[in-house]
Write a protein that binds this ligand. Structure first.
Ligand code: XMP
Ligand code: MG
Length: 178
């Protein structure tokens, strides 16, 4: 295990199980449709790659980079669009793929924007959910795992841009971020 990790929250095997189960559900719900899977950069890249391998209907993929975090471990509530979609979502079924849902501010602004752009439907899939931290009224239809309010890294998630490459999700030792 990495020296900076205090405890493992989801192992590689557990993550793959979640991806299989979520992929199966999405396959059933989108039969005969071709949704656009929108990955929210950068945190969702590993989850997106593993999840879509388990979706057995046609999908298109695209990415948005939206930032509400500025290097620390607390959300600032401020949302900036750093990279927009390259596909039109007009009349399309959109599935937003997120690493973690916390206050909900990030996803709420994205959902508002895509609704304004006239998508046909919009659902959220998130690997992790911290329901206790929610500030706005938003829920993901597909959730991999509900976790308590502790800062996590790995499998795409970072602390100051590091630890994204860990193949599992874990909590950081407090001395790393204090
Ligand atoms: P909100 O509060 O808008 O936040 O729902 C969602 C975004 O905040 C980041 N985030 C985290 N990143 N470990 C991280 O590495 C965490 O524990 C954590 N909690 C929130 C993440 O980028 C997510 O998209
Ligand atoms: Mg993110």
């Amino acid at each position: 295990m990495n020296d900076s990790i205090k405890s493992v929250v989801l192992t590689e095997e557990q993550i793959q199980e979640r991806c299989k189960a979520l992929g199966k559900q999405i396959t059933e719900d989108y039969k005969g449709k071709t949704p656009i899977c929108v990955g929210i950069l950068k945190g969702s890249i590993m989850f997106m790659a593993d999840l879509i391998k388990n979706i057995e209907t046609h999908v298109e993929i695209d990415f948005m980079d939206v930032s509400s975090y500025h290097g620390g471990t607390e959300s600032t509530g401020e949302v900036k669009i750093l990279k927009d979609l390259s596909t039109s979502v007009d009349n399309r079924d959109v599935i937003i793929i997120e690493d973690i849902l916390e206050t909900g501010t990030t996803l709420n602004s994205i959902v508002d924007l895509l609704k304004y752009r006239n998508c046909n439907s919009i659902e959220i899939v998130t690997l992790l959910d911290k329901p206790m931290k929610r500030k706005v009224d938003i829920e993901a239809k597909y959730v991999g795992e509900k976790i308590p309010d502790e800062f996590v890294v790995g499998y795409g998630l970072d602390f100051a841009e590091k630890y994204r490459n860990l193949p599992y999700i874990g909590t950081l030792k407090p001395e790393i971020y204090q």
